[in-house]
Design a protein around this ligand. Structure first.
Ligand SMILES: NC(=O)c1ccc[n+]([C@@H]2O[C@H](COP(=O)([O-])OP(=O)(O)OC[C@H]3O[C@@H](n4cnc5c(N)ncnc54)[C@H](OP(=O)(O)O)[C@@H]3O)[C@@H](O)[C@H]2O)c1
Length: 389
Protein backbone atom coordinates (compact mmCIF):
# COMPACT_ATOMS: atom_id res chain seq x y z
CA UNK A 1 0.00 0.00 0.00
CA UNK A 2 1.50 3.32 -1.05
CA UNK A 3 1.30 6.22 1.37
CA UNK A 4 3.04 9.55 1.86
CA UNK A 5 4.26 8.81 5.36
CA UNK A 6 4.65 5.11 6.32
CA UNK A 7 5.41 5.94 9.97
CA UNK A 8 2.20 7.94 10.52
CA UNK A 9 -0.12 6.64 13.27
CA UNK A 10 -3.26 5.17 11.62
CA UNK A 11 -6.65 4.12 12.90
CA UNK A 12 -6.11 0.56 11.61
CA UNK A 13 -3.31 -1.98 11.97
CA UNK A 14 -1.27 -3.07 8.97
CA UNK A 15 2.09 -4.85 9.05
CA UNK A 16 4.72 -2.11 8.52
CA UNK A 17 6.15 -4.00 5.54
CA UNK A 18 2.90 -3.48 3.64
CA UNK A 19 3.29 0.32 3.70
CA UNK A 20 5.63 2.09 1.32
CA UNK A 21 6.23 5.63 0.10
CA UNK A 22 7.84 4.29 -3.08
CA UNK A 23 4.82 4.57 -5.38
CA UNK A 24 6.90 4.10 -8.55
CA UNK A 25 7.89 0.60 -7.54
CA UNK A 26 4.24 -0.28 -6.79
CA UNK A 27 3.15 0.89 -10.25
CA UNK A 28 6.03 -1.04 -11.87
CA UNK A 29 5.49 -4.23 -9.83
CA UNK A 30 4.55 -6.93 -12.38
CA UNK A 31 2.90 -9.09 -9.71
CA UNK A 32 0.24 -6.40 -9.08
CA UNK A 33 -2.75 -6.72 -11.45
CA UNK A 34 -5.02 -3.94 -10.15
CA UNK A 35 -4.04 -0.45 -8.97
CA UNK A 36 -6.45 1.28 -6.56
CA UNK A 37 -5.75 5.01 -6.50
CA UNK A 38 -7.11 6.98 -3.52
CA UNK A 39 -4.46 9.65 -3.04
CA UNK A 40 -6.46 12.55 -4.53
CA UNK A 41 -5.38 15.61 -6.55
CA UNK A 42 -4.53 15.84 -10.23
CA UNK A 43 -0.82 15.04 -10.11
CA UNK A 44 0.96 12.75 -9.51
CA UNK A 45 -2.23 10.65 -9.35
CA UNK A 46 -2.95 11.01 -13.10
CA UNK A 47 0.59 9.95 -14.03
CA UNK A 48 0.47 6.85 -11.81
CA UNK A 49 -2.90 5.84 -13.27
CA UNK A 50 -1.58 6.27 -16.82
CA UNK A 51 1.58 4.29 -16.04
CA UNK A 52 -0.43 1.48 -14.45
CA UNK A 53 -2.73 1.22 -17.50
CA UNK A 54 0.25 1.32 -19.89
CA UNK A 55 1.78 -1.48 -17.83
CA UNK A 56 -1.38 -3.56 -18.35
CA UNK A 57 -3.00 -3.17 -14.94
CA UNK A 58 -6.66 -2.51 -14.25
CA UNK A 59 -7.25 0.75 -12.36
CA UNK A 60 -9.86 1.66 -9.75
CA UNK A 61 -9.96 5.27 -8.57
CA UNK A 62 -11.94 7.64 -6.32
CA UNK A 63 -10.39 10.67 -8.01
CA UNK A 64 -13.03 12.97 -9.57
CA UNK A 65 -10.36 15.51 -10.47
CA UNK A 66 -8.44 13.06 -12.67
CA UNK A 67 -11.58 11.48 -14.14
CA UNK A 68 -13.24 14.80 -15.03
CA UNK A 69 -10.06 16.16 -16.64
CA UNK A 70 -8.63 13.02 -18.29
CA UNK A 71 -11.30 10.32 -18.04
CA UNK A 72 -11.87 10.05 -21.79
CA UNK A 73 -8.17 9.48 -22.56
CA UNK A 74 -7.68 7.05 -19.65
CA UNK A 75 -10.82 5.11 -20.60
CA UNK A 76 -9.59 4.71 -24.19
CA UNK A 77 -6.14 3.73 -22.95
CA UNK A 78 -7.68 1.06 -20.71
CA UNK A 79 -9.80 -0.28 -23.58
CA UNK A 80 -6.78 -0.39 -25.89
CA UNK A 81 -5.04 -2.56 -23.31
CA UNK A 82 -8.09 -4.75 -22.68
CA UNK A 83 -8.18 -3.50 -19.08
CA UNK A 84 -10.74 -1.75 -16.94
CA UNK A 85 -10.74 1.81 -15.63
CA UNK A 86 -13.45 2.11 -12.97
CA UNK A 87 -14.32 5.14 -10.83
CA UNK A 88 -17.58 4.49 -8.98
CA UNK A 89 -16.19 6.17 -5.83
CA UNK A 90 -15.60 9.47 -7.63
CA UNK A 91 -19.30 10.50 -7.66
CA UNK A 92 -21.99 10.28 -4.97
CA UNK A 93 -20.24 7.86 -2.57
CA UNK A 94 -22.64 5.09 -1.72
CA UNK A 95 -25.01 5.59 -4.71
CA UNK A 96 -23.81 3.37 -7.59
CA UNK A 97 -24.55 6.05 -10.15
CA UNK A 98 -21.66 5.29 -12.51
CA UNK A 99 -22.88 1.73 -12.88
CA UNK A 100 -26.46 2.93 -13.36
CA UNK A 101 -25.36 5.05 -16.31
CA UNK A 102 -22.65 2.81 -17.79
CA UNK A 103 -24.58 -0.41 -17.60
CA UNK A 104 -27.93 1.15 -18.51
CA UNK A 105 -29.56 -0.06 -15.32
CA UNK A 106 -32.48 2.29 -16.10
CA UNK A 107 -34.07 0.88 -19.25
CA UNK A 108 -35.07 4.22 -20.76
CA UNK A 109 -33.63 7.34 -22.34
CA UNK A 110 -32.49 9.87 -19.70
CA UNK A 111 -32.93 13.49 -20.78
CA UNK A 112 -32.30 15.34 -17.51
CA UNK A 113 -30.34 14.88 -14.28
CA UNK A 114 -31.05 16.81 -11.07
CA UNK A 115 -28.61 16.02 -8.29
CA UNK A 116 -27.20 17.03 -4.94
CA UNK A 117 -23.57 15.94 -5.27
CA UNK A 118 -21.64 18.01 -2.74
CA UNK A 119 -22.07 17.10 0.91
CA UNK A 120 -20.34 20.22 2.28
CA UNK A 121 -22.63 22.62 0.38
CA UNK A 122 -25.68 20.60 1.35
CA UNK A 123 -24.64 20.62 5.01
CA UNK A 124 -24.10 24.42 4.93
CA UNK A 125 -27.46 25.13 3.27
CA UNK A 126 -29.22 22.74 5.66
CA UNK A 127 -27.73 24.71 8.60
CA UNK A 128 -28.69 28.06 7.05
CA UNK A 129 -32.26 26.79 6.56
CA UNK A 130 -32.80 25.05 9.89
CA UNK A 131 -30.59 26.94 12.37
CA UNK A 132 -30.66 30.40 10.84
CA UNK A 133 -26.84 30.55 10.64
CA UNK A 134 -25.30 32.94 8.16
CA UNK A 135 -22.95 31.49 5.54
CA UNK A 136 -19.77 31.87 7.62
CA UNK A 137 -21.37 30.41 10.74
CA UNK A 138 -22.65 27.41 8.81
CA UNK A 139 -19.25 26.89 7.16
CA UNK A 140 -17.52 27.01 10.57
CA UNK A 141 -19.96 24.36 11.83
CA UNK A 142 -19.28 22.16 8.78
CA UNK A 143 -15.54 22.38 9.47
CA UNK A 144 -16.01 21.68 13.19
CA UNK A 145 -18.04 18.54 12.40
CA UNK A 146 -15.56 17.30 9.79
CA UNK A 147 -17.92 17.76 6.83
CA UNK A 148 -15.59 20.24 5.17
CA UNK A 149 -11.95 20.29 4.08
CA UNK A 150 -9.65 22.85 5.77
CA UNK A 151 -9.80 24.66 2.39
CA UNK A 152 -13.50 24.54 1.47
CA UNK A 153 -13.23 26.69 -1.67
CA UNK A 154 -13.59 23.76 -4.06
CA UNK A 155 -16.86 22.71 -2.43
CA UNK A 156 -18.51 26.09 -1.92
CA UNK A 157 -17.57 27.41 -5.38
CA UNK A 158 -19.48 24.51 -6.99
CA UNK A 159 -16.31 23.13 -8.64
CA UNK A 160 -16.46 19.79 -6.79
CA UNK A 161 -20.06 19.16 -7.87
CA UNK A 162 -19.15 20.42 -11.35
CA UNK A 163 -16.44 17.77 -11.75
CA UNK A 164 -18.91 15.10 -10.65
CA UNK A 165 -21.67 16.28 -12.99
CA UNK A 166 -19.20 16.47 -15.89
CA UNK A 167 -18.28 12.81 -15.24
CA UNK A 168 -21.95 11.79 -15.26
CA UNK A 169 -22.78 13.73 -18.44
CA UNK A 170 -19.69 12.29 -20.17
CA UNK A 171 -20.98 8.79 -19.52
CA UNK A 172 -24.61 9.64 -20.32
CA UNK A 173 -23.78 11.16 -23.71
CA UNK A 174 -20.70 8.98 -24.31
CA UNK A 175 -18.65 12.05 -25.21
CA UNK A 176 -16.29 14.18 -23.15
CA UNK A 177 -17.89 16.90 -21.03
CA UNK A 178 -15.34 19.13 -19.29
CA UNK A 179 -16.22 20.99 -16.05
CA UNK A 180 -15.48 24.28 -17.88
CA UNK A 181 -18.53 23.62 -20.09
CA UNK A 182 -20.79 23.95 -17.05
CA UNK A 183 -22.36 27.15 -15.73
CA UNK A 184 -21.02 27.09 -12.18
CA UNK A 185 -22.19 29.28 -9.29
CA UNK A 186 -21.17 28.93 -5.65
CA UNK A 187 -23.22 29.16 -2.48
CA UNK A 188 -21.21 31.89 -0.74
CA UNK A 189 -23.39 34.77 -2.03
CA UNK A 190 -26.49 33.52 -0.15
CA UNK A 191 -27.74 35.59 2.78
CA UNK A 192 -30.08 34.83 5.70
CA UNK A 193 -32.64 37.03 3.91
CA UNK A 194 -32.74 34.59 0.97
CA UNK A 195 -33.58 31.76 3.38
CA UNK A 196 -36.23 33.82 5.14
CA UNK A 197 -37.82 34.69 1.79
CA UNK A 198 -37.72 31.01 0.76
CA UNK A 199 -39.26 29.82 4.05
CA UNK A 200 -42.12 32.32 3.81
CA UNK A 201 -43.05 30.90 0.40
CA UNK A 202 -42.64 27.21 1.24
CA UNK A 203 -39.42 26.90 -0.75
CA UNK A 204 -35.99 25.59 0.24
CA UNK A 205 -32.58 26.50 -1.16
CA UNK A 206 -30.56 23.44 -2.25
CA UNK A 207 -27.21 23.07 -4.05
CA UNK A 208 -28.08 21.39 -7.32
CA UNK A 209 -26.10 20.00 -10.23
CA UNK A 210 -28.37 20.01 -13.27
CA UNK A 211 -28.22 18.62 -16.78
CA UNK A 212 -31.16 19.33 -19.09
CA UNK A 213 -31.70 18.84 -22.79
CA UNK A 214 -33.22 22.02 -24.18
CA UNK A 215 -33.86 22.79 -27.83
CA UNK A 216 -31.70 19.84 -28.89
CA UNK A 217 -28.70 21.00 -26.82
CA UNK A 218 -27.32 20.01 -23.42
CA UNK A 219 -27.26 22.64 -20.68
CA UNK A 220 -25.37 21.74 -17.49
CA UNK A 221 -25.00 23.88 -14.39
CA UNK A 222 -24.15 23.83 -10.72
CA UNK A 223 -26.05 26.42 -8.71
CA UNK A 224 -28.06 26.93 -5.54
CA UNK A 225 -31.73 26.80 -6.58
CA UNK A 226 -35.13 27.16 -4.97
CA UNK A 227 -37.19 23.95 -4.76
CA UNK A 228 -40.61 23.41 -3.24
CA UNK A 229 -40.46 22.56 0.48
CA UNK A 230 -42.58 19.51 -0.34
CA UNK A 231 -40.14 18.16 -2.95
CA UNK A 232 -37.89 15.20 -2.24
CA UNK A 233 -34.83 17.37 -2.74
CA UNK A 234 -35.88 19.62 0.15
CA UNK A 235 -35.69 16.59 2.46
CA UNK A 236 -32.10 15.65 1.46
CA UNK A 237 -30.13 16.96 4.41
CA UNK A 238 -26.49 17.34 5.44
CA UNK A 239 -24.09 14.78 3.96
CA UNK A 240 -26.72 12.96 1.90
CA UNK A 241 -26.62 13.02 -1.90
CA UNK A 242 -29.55 12.50 -4.25
CA UNK A 243 -29.89 11.93 -7.97
CA UNK A 244 -33.06 12.25 -10.00
CA UNK A 245 -33.08 11.02 -13.58
CA UNK A 246 -35.83 12.31 -15.86
CA UNK A 247 -36.63 9.52 -18.29
CA UNK A 248 -38.59 9.58 -21.50
CA UNK A 249 -41.14 6.84 -20.79
CA UNK A 250 -40.90 5.84 -17.15
CA UNK A 251 -40.80 9.28 -15.57
CA UNK A 252 -38.49 10.07 -12.67
CA UNK A 253 -36.08 7.66 -10.97
CA UNK A 254 -34.59 8.91 -7.71
CA UNK A 255 -31.59 7.57 -5.74
CA UNK A 256 -30.57 8.75 -2.29
CA UNK A 257 -27.55 7.83 -0.17
CA UNK A 258 -24.53 9.08 1.76
CA UNK A 259 -22.35 11.00 -0.64
CA UNK A 260 -19.09 11.24 1.26
CA UNK A 261 -17.11 9.78 4.10
CA UNK A 262 -14.60 6.98 4.48
CA UNK A 263 -16.99 4.03 4.44
CA UNK A 264 -19.24 5.02 1.50
CA UNK A 265 -16.09 5.79 -0.52
CA UNK A 266 -14.35 2.58 0.51
CA UNK A 267 -17.43 0.50 -0.32
CA UNK A 268 -17.59 2.02 -3.82
CA UNK A 269 -13.88 1.24 -4.36
CA UNK A 270 -14.43 -2.30 -3.15
CA UNK A 271 -17.41 -2.78 -5.44
CA UNK A 272 -15.28 -1.79 -8.48
CA UNK A 273 -12.53 -4.14 -7.31
CA UNK A 274 -15.00 -7.01 -7.06
CA UNK A 275 -16.38 -6.21 -10.54
CA UNK A 276 -12.93 -6.52 -12.07
CA UNK A 277 -12.26 -9.79 -10.31
CA UNK A 278 -15.64 -11.21 -11.35
CA UNK A 279 -15.24 -10.09 -14.94
CA UNK A 280 -11.69 -11.43 -15.17
CA UNK A 281 -12.93 -14.75 -13.87
CA UNK A 282 -15.65 -14.88 -16.51
CA UNK A 283 -13.61 -13.24 -19.29
CA UNK A 284 -16.31 -10.70 -20.00
CA UNK A 285 -15.83 -7.46 -21.89
CA UNK A 286 -14.38 -4.61 -19.89
CA UNK A 287 -16.93 -2.03 -21.05
CA UNK A 288 -20.50 -1.79 -22.27
CA UNK A 289 -20.38 -1.80 -26.10
CA UNK A 290 -23.85 -0.20 -26.27
CA UNK A 291 -22.30 3.02 -24.97
CA UNK A 292 -20.85 3.68 -28.42
CA UNK A 293 -24.36 3.74 -29.88
CA UNK A 294 -25.48 6.62 -27.67
CA UNK A 295 -26.35 9.83 -29.44
CA UNK A 296 -24.02 12.75 -28.82
CA UNK A 297 -25.09 16.30 -28.04
CA UNK A 298 -23.80 19.84 -28.38
CA UNK A 299 -23.53 21.68 -25.06
CA UNK A 300 -24.84 25.22 -24.65
CA UNK A 301 -24.17 28.03 -22.18
CA UNK A 302 -26.85 29.66 -20.04
CA UNK A 303 -27.14 32.59 -22.46
CA UNK A 304 -27.84 30.14 -25.30
CA UNK A 305 -30.36 28.15 -23.26
CA UNK A 306 -33.77 29.03 -24.77
CA UNK A 307 -35.88 27.56 -21.95
CA UNK A 308 -37.72 29.96 -19.65
CA UNK A 309 -37.41 29.65 -15.84
CA UNK A 310 -38.70 31.65 -12.94
CA UNK A 311 -35.98 33.44 -10.99
CA UNK A 312 -35.84 34.98 -7.55
CA UNK A 313 -33.91 38.26 -7.58
CA UNK A 314 -32.72 40.05 -4.48
CA UNK A 315 -31.09 43.44 -4.65
CA UNK A 316 -29.50 45.96 -2.39
CA UNK A 317 -29.39 49.42 -3.95
CA UNK A 318 -28.28 52.93 -3.21
CA UNK A 319 -30.66 55.28 -1.35
CA UNK A 320 -31.29 57.46 -4.38
CA UNK A 321 -35.06 57.54 -4.98
CA UNK A 322 -34.76 58.13 -8.75
CA UNK A 323 -32.52 55.07 -9.13
CA UNK A 324 -34.90 53.02 -6.99
CA UNK A 325 -37.84 53.97 -9.16
CA UNK A 326 -35.96 53.00 -12.31
CA UNK A 327 -35.04 49.63 -10.79
CA UNK A 328 -38.65 49.06 -9.91
CA UNK A 329 -39.72 49.82 -13.48
CA UNK A 330 -37.16 47.41 -14.94
CA UNK A 331 -37.92 44.58 -12.53
CA UNK A 332 -41.68 45.10 -12.87
CA UNK A 333 -41.44 44.22 -16.58
CA UNK A 334 -40.61 40.60 -15.80
CA UNK A 335 -41.96 39.99 -12.30
CA UNK A 336 -45.03 38.47 -10.73
CA UNK A 337 -44.01 39.29 -7.17
CA UNK A 338 -42.12 42.35 -6.10
CA UNK A 339 -41.47 42.98 -2.45
CA UNK A 340 -39.75 45.94 -0.87
CA UNK A 341 -38.75 45.09 2.71
CA UNK A 342 -39.58 47.69 5.35
CA UNK A 343 -36.65 49.88 6.33
CA UNK A 344 -34.71 48.07 9.03
CA UNK A 345 -36.31 44.69 8.33
CA UNK A 346 -33.20 43.39 6.62
CA UNK A 347 -30.23 45.68 6.46
CA UNK A 348 -29.19 46.54 2.93
CA UNK A 349 -32.04 44.73 1.16
CA UNK A 350 -34.19 46.98 -0.94
CA UNK A 351 -36.23 44.67 -3.06
CA UNK A 352 -36.78 41.08 -3.95
CA UNK A 353 -38.76 39.77 -6.86
CA UNK A 354 -39.94 36.56 -8.46
CA UNK A 355 -39.88 36.71 -12.21
CA UNK A 356 -42.22 35.16 -14.72
CA UNK A 357 -40.69 32.43 -16.88
CA UNK A 358 -37.80 34.07 -18.72
CA UNK A 359 -34.62 32.68 -20.31
CA UNK A 360 -31.25 33.34 -18.67
CA UNK A 361 -30.41 35.85 -21.43
CA UNK A 362 -33.38 38.00 -20.33
CA UNK A 363 -32.37 37.70 -16.67
CA UNK A 364 -28.84 38.89 -17.52
CA UNK A 365 -30.27 41.76 -19.61
CA UNK A 366 -32.33 42.95 -16.63
CA UNK A 367 -29.39 42.68 -14.23
CA UNK A 368 -27.11 44.59 -16.62
CA UNK A 369 -29.74 47.29 -17.04
CA UNK A 370 -29.99 47.77 -13.28
CA UNK A 371 -26.20 47.93 -12.99
CA UNK A 372 -26.03 50.44 -15.84
CA UNK A 373 -27.84 53.09 -13.78
CA UNK A 374 -26.74 51.92 -10.32
CA UNK A 375 -23.18 50.60 -10.45
CA UNK A 376 -23.22 50.05 -6.66
CA UNK A 377 -26.21 47.71 -6.75
CA UNK A 378 -25.61 44.32 -5.13
CA UNK A 379 -27.87 41.85 -6.85
CA UNK A 380 -28.14 38.11 -6.43
CA UNK A 381 -30.48 35.63 -8.04
CA UNK A 382 -31.59 32.00 -7.83
CA UNK A 383 -33.30 29.79 -10.36
CA UNK A 384 -36.62 28.34 -9.18
CA UNK A 385 -37.20 24.66 -9.98
CA UNK A 386 -40.94 24.65 -9.47
CA UNK A 387 -41.51 21.38 -11.36
CA UNK A 388 -39.12 19.30 -9.25
CA UNK A 389 -41.45 17.40 -6.94
N1 LIG B 1 -13.09 11.23 1.96
C1 LIG B 1 -14.22 11.27 1.26
O1 LIG B 1 -15.31 11.45 1.78
C2 LIG B 1 -14.18 11.04 -0.24
C3 LIG B 1 -15.37 10.86 -0.95
C4 LIG B 1 -15.33 10.61 -2.32
C5 LIG B 1 -14.12 10.61 -2.98
N2 LIG B 1 -12.98 10.82 -2.27
C6 LIG B 1 -11.73 10.82 -3.01
O2 LIG B 1 -10.83 9.87 -2.45
C7 LIG B 1 -9.50 10.31 -2.63
C8 LIG B 1 -8.81 10.32 -1.27
O3 LIG B 1 -9.50 11.20 -0.39
P1 LIG B 1 -9.27 11.09 1.20
O4 LIG B 1 -10.24 12.02 1.80
O5 LIG B 1 -9.21 9.67 1.64
O6 LIG B 1 -7.79 11.74 1.30
P2 LIG B 1 -6.73 11.55 2.44
O7 LIG B 1 -7.39 11.22 3.73
O8 LIG B 1 -5.82 12.75 2.36
O9 LIG B 1 -5.91 10.24 2.01
C9 LIG B 1 -5.02 10.28 0.95
C10 LIG B 1 -4.12 9.05 1.04
O10 LIG B 1 -3.18 9.08 -0.05
C11 LIG B 1 -1.87 9.15 0.47
N3 LIG B 1 -1.13 10.12 -0.36
C12 LIG B 1 -1.53 11.36 -0.69
N4 LIG B 1 -0.59 11.96 -1.48
C13 LIG B 1 0.41 11.07 -1.61
C14 LIG B 1 1.68 11.08 -2.28
N5 LIG B 1 2.09 12.15 -2.98
N6 LIG B 1 2.47 9.99 -2.23
C15 LIG B 1 2.05 8.91 -1.52
N7 LIG B 1 0.88 8.82 -0.86
C16 LIG B 1 0.06 9.89 -0.91
C17 LIG B 1 -1.96 9.61 1.90
O11 LIG B 1 -0.87 9.07 2.64
P3 LIG B 1 -0.66 9.40 4.21
O12 LIG B 1 -1.77 8.63 4.91
O13 LIG B 1 0.67 8.88 4.56
O14 LIG B 1 -0.79 10.89 4.32
C18 LIG B 1 -3.31 9.01 2.33
O15 LIG B 1 -3.15 7.66 2.72
C19 LIG B 1 -9.60 11.69 -3.29
O16 LIG B 1 -9.49 11.54 -4.70
C20 LIG B 1 -11.00 12.15 -2.93
O17 LIG B 1 -11.52 13.07 -3.85
C21 LIG B 1 -12.98 11.01 -0.92
Amino acid sequence: MGVRNPSKTRSFNLPGALLSDDLESIVEDKTIDILVEAMGGLEPARTYIEKALLAGKHVVTANKYVVSEHGDYLQRLAESKGKQFLYEASVAGSIPVIEILREEVIPDRIHAIYAILNATSNFILTRMTESGDDFHGALAKAQEMGFSEPDPSFDISGKDAGQKLAILVSILKHQPCHPDQLDTHGIDRLTPFDFQFARERQWRIKPLAIYEEVGGKGFASVEPVLVLASSIFASIRNEYNALCFDCQNIGRQIFIGKGAGELPTASALLSDLCKIMAKDAHEQLSYNPRLAAREGIQFCSSTENPRGYRFYINGSLSNNSVKRRRVREVVDQVSDVLQEPQTGQVSGAFFCAVTKKIPYSELYRILNEILSFDADAQISWLRILQDLE
